[in-house]
Design a protein around this ligand. Structure first.
Ligand SMILES: [Zn+2]
Length: 206
């Protein structure tokens, strides 16, 4: 089950919960801001969030991490290229948006890793999709045909490749070869747009 919780810091961002319907255990993806609000929601719903996952290391996707970690004491995971973003405000862009933000003690996953829960069958596959940033990943729930795509692709457009480590050619390659090759009815849950499906976005990239 997926649940979208829009949050607002400097920017509005879609934060997502991927929850195993049997166990109520799950993942929190991209807590970009308003961590306390997310914690309240978690307690209200009775979810057991085991891990925080980041689609990439821009601050507007991790600004709520500290508040959630303080309350739940759970790990935060990002692609192995993402450590530099969490450590460096000029890379994660917080330096230019109101104040330096960093995250310490992250754990890392690699392309094709399966991210699993202690309790529950729900699992997400990390699909490395560099281009918006070099650490960008899609987190794919094959069973639910749902992909958490961060800022790689949006409804009606693609991510911005103009920030540090961005690369438009690589972004198009990632979208064509690693996102649009998912089944046509796969739901795409992005950081900054309404949800869409692979089928709806494909014609734009042919
Ligand atoms: Zn971004």
């Amino acid at each position: 089950m997926t649940f979208c919780a829009p949050v607002k810091g400097v920017f509005a961002v879609n934060c997502y919960f991927a929850i195993d319907a049997e166990t109520n255990h799950g993942f929190l993806i991209d807590p970009g801001a308003e961590g306390e609000k997310l914690v309240r929601l978690i307690f209200e719903r009775g979810w057991v969030i085991e891990k925080i996952l980041l689609t990439h290391g821009h601050f507007d996707h991790f600004g709520g991490v500290e508040a959630v970690r303080d309350a739940l004491d759970i790990p935060v995971l990002i692609h192995e290229e993402g450590g530099a973003y969490l450590e460096r405000p000029e890379l994660n862009l917080s330096r230019f948006c109101g104040g330096d933000l960093t995250v310490e003690g992250a754990q890392y996953f690699r392309d094709d890793d399966l991210l699993t829960l202690r309790e529950g069958d729900l699992q997400l596959k990390a699909i490395h999709t560099p281009g918006h940033t070099n650490d960008s990943c899609v987190l794919y729930d094959e069973a639910e045909k749902t992909a958490y795509v961060g800022d790689t692709i949006f409804k009606g457009g693609m991510g911005n490749p103009d920030y540090p480590t961005g690369n438009e050619r690589l972004l198009l390659k990632s979208i064509r070869e690693r996102v649009l090759t998912l089944p046509d009815d796969t739901l795409l849950c992005s950081g900054h747009s309404d949800v869409t499906r692979v089928r709806a976005e494909k014609p734009r990239y042919l």
